[in-house]
Design a protein around this ligand. Structure first.
Ligand code: F0G
Length: 472
C-alpha cells in the first residue's frame, strides 16, 4: 500500500542507472532532415530527434531487475523456463486458459482476426487502434467504432471518456445477428485521447455481449494505466490494489490481445489470450506458421524474461502514480499556455487538438501533420499525427476528414525527466504563437493501407518553389 506523500512534488520513483546521449541539432538541420523525409516524421533518423514522443511503444527504459532477468533468458526452442516465467506472470494478472506469445500486439491481432473475422463480419470496438482496424479490414470484415457520446467533446471533462456506448453496441448487435465474432474494448482508448474505460462500463459491455452470445476481448496494451484511472476516479475503487482491478477487468473478458511494448514495460513482445479451446487451437496453428513455436511465439527467451519482470513492476502504485501524474504535468502546463488539448489528460500521452489550434488549415490539408512538423522543426520534438492522415483513407478508396485531428505527444515510460517535459512545453508554446503562419500539406505518394507510416507530403503554400528554409 502506498503512503501519502507529505509534499506536492511527484518524483520519479527511480534513480538513473545508465544514460543515453541526446544529439542537439539546429533548426536548419531539422528543416533539411524533415524535407528529405518527405515531411513524414516516421522517415527521420532518430538521431536527428531531440525528444522522441512519437510513441510510448517499446521506447521505455527497462529496470535493473529486467536487465538482470534477461541474463536468465533460456533460448531452448521448446518448453524453456523463460516461457514458464512469462506464462505465470501473465496468468497472475490475466488468468485466461490459453496464452499465445507473439512478437508484438499486431501479430496477436492478425492471428485472431484471421481465425474469427472475414467478409460479411463486423468487429465493434470503443475505438480501434490503426493496426487493429487494418487487421480487421484486411480479412474483409468491417471495423466499427462505438465510443461513448460526449467522448467526442474535447472540452468536456469526462472521467471515463474512453467508454463504449452501451446503447449503440446493443443496437449494433441486434442489427447484425450472427455476424459479430467478437466485441473489443481498448484500454486505455489510444485513438480517442488515451482516455480510460471504467469497470462499470466493462460490466455493462459484458452484460450486452452475454445477451447476444458474443465474446468480449480486451485490447489491453495499457491495462495498468487504465486500472490506475479506475483506482483514482471510479467510486468505491480507491482502496483496491491495481493488480486486483486488473484481474477484475480480465474476469469480465473472454480473451485479450496485448502489446508488451506498452504496459509490459518491455521493448518488444505481446500475446493473445483466450478461454475458447477451439479458437485457441486455430490460433496456435497460425502462430506456428508465422511467429514460432507456442512456447516462444516471435520472442527470444530473454524477451519473455523482461516481460515477466515488467508485469510485476507495472502494477506498482508508486510507478503508476508517477506515470500518470507526469503525463498530467505536461497536459496541465499546455492548458495554462492556452494550447487546446484533449481533457482530462490521458495516461500515456497528451493529445493536442490541431484542428482547433490551426483553424485556417482544413482537415484535408492535414492540420495535425502541419503541427507535428512545426514541433519538429522548431524544437526537435517528434510527435505523431492521429487524425485525417492516419484515419482519413477508407477501404473503398475515398478520403474523408477524421473525427478529430490530434497530435499525440506520447511519453515513453521511465525515459524522460521533468526538465525534458519543461522544454517540450516551451517549444509547444513557441509553435502556438506561430500557429497562424503554418502551412497545410498535401500527400504526394501513399501506400494502399496504413499510409501514415510511409506517405510523402509537401507543404501547400510553397509547393512550387519548395518549402522555406530558415536563413542561418
Ligand atoms: N492496440 C493499441 C491500442 C495500440 O496502441 C497498439 C500500438 C497496438 C494495438 C499494436 O501493438 O505496436 O505492439 O503491434 N500502438 C503503438 C502506438 C504503435 O504508438 O500507439 P504493436
Amino acid at each position: 500500500m502506498m503512503l501519502p506523500m507529505p509534499f506536492r512534488t511527484i518524483i520519479e520513483p527511480f534513480r538513473i542507472h545508465s544514460v543515453e546521449p541526446l544529439r542537439m541539432t539546429t533548426q536548419v538541420e531539422r528543416e533539411r532532415a524533415v524535407r528529405a523525409a518527405g515531411y513524414n516524421l516516421f522517415g527521420l533518423r532518430s538521431e536527428d530527434v531531440l525528444i522522441d514522443l512519437l510513441t510510448d511503444s517499446g521506447t521505455g527504459a527497462m529496470s535493473r531487475d529486467q536487465w538482470a532477468a534477461i541474463q536468465h533468458g533460456d533460448e531452448s526452442y521448446a518448453g524453456s523456463p523463460s516461457w514458464f516465467r512469462f506464462l505465470d506472470s501473465v496468468q497472475e494478472l490475466f488468468p485466461f486458459k490459453h496464452i499465445i506469445p507473439t512478437h508484438q500486439g499486431r501479430a496477436a491481432e492478425k492471428i485472431l482476426f484471421t481465425a474469427v473475422a472475414g467478409p460479411g463480419k463486423a468487429v465493434p470496438n470503443n475505438t480501434h487502434f490503426d493496426t487493429t482496424r487494418a487487421n480487421v479490414e484486411f480479412t474483409g470484415a468491417e471495423a466499427v467504432d462505438l465510443v461513448v457520446a460526449g467522448g467526442d467533446d474535447l472540452s468536456a471533462s469526462h472521467s471515463f471518456g474512453g467508454n463504449m456506448d452501451i446503447e449503440r453496441l446493443d443496437a449494433f448487435l441486434r442489427a447484425h445477428p450472427g455476424s459479430v465474432p467478437v466485441v473489443f474494448v481498448t484500454v486505455t482508448n489510444n485513438s480517442h485521447g488515451g482516455q480510460p474505460v471504467s469497470l462499470a462500463n466493462l460490466r455493462d459491455v459484458r452484460e450486452v455481449c452475454d445477451r447476444h452470445g458474443v465474446p468480449l476481448f480486451l485490447d489491453a496494451c495499457r491495462f495498468a494505466e487504465n486500472a490506475w484511472f479506475i483506482h483514482e476516479r471510479e467510486p468505491g475503487q480507491q482502496s483496491r490494489e491495481v493488480r486486483d482491478i486488473v484481474r477484475e477487468m480480465a474476469s469480465l473478458a473472454d480473451g485479450m490481445t496485448m502489446s508488451a511494448k506498452k504496459d509490459g514495460l518491455a521493448n518488444i513482445g505481446g500475446w493473445l489470450a483466450m478461454n475458447d479451446d477451439e479458437i485457441a487451437t486455430q490460433c496456435r496453428n497460425l502462430l506456428i506458421l508465422t511467429e514460432g513455436f507456442p512456447t516462444y511465439g516471435g520472442l527470444a527467451g530473454r524477451d519473455l524474461e523482461a516481460i515477466a519482470q515488467g508485469l510485476h513492476e507495472v502494477v506498482e502504485h508508486d510507478y503508476l502514480q508517477y506515470r500518470i501524474r507526469s503525463t498530467g504535468y505536461l497536459g496541465d502546463a499546455l492548458v495554462r499556455l492556452g494550447v487546446p488539448i484533449v481533457q482530462p489528460t490521458g495516461g500515456h500521452a497528451v493529445y493536442i487538438d490541431a484542428r482547433r489550434l490551426l483553424p485556417h488549415i482544413s482537415p484535408l490539408e492535414y492540420p495535425g501533420q502541419a503541427l507535428a512538423i512545426a514541433l519538429y522543426e522548431t524544437g526537435g520534438i517528434r510527435s505523431c499525427e492521429l487524425g485525417t492522415v492516419m484515419f482519413g483513407r477508407h477501404p473503398d478508396g475515398s478520403e474523408q476528414p477524421a473525427d478529430m485531428d490530434l497530435v499525440r505527444l506520447a511519453i515513453p515510460r521511465r525515459t524522460y525527466t521533468q526538465s525534458h517535459m519543461d522544454y517540450v512545453v516551451e517549444v509547444c508554446g513557441e509553435v502556438a504563437t506561430q500557429a497562424a503562419d503554418l502551412p497545410g500539406y498535401r500527400i504526394v505518394e501513399e501506400p494502399p493501407m496504413l499510409r501514415h507510416f510511409t506517405a510523402r507530403f509537401e507543404p501547400i503554400s510553397s509547393a512550387e518553389e519548395g518549402p522555406p528554409i530558415t536563413p542561418t
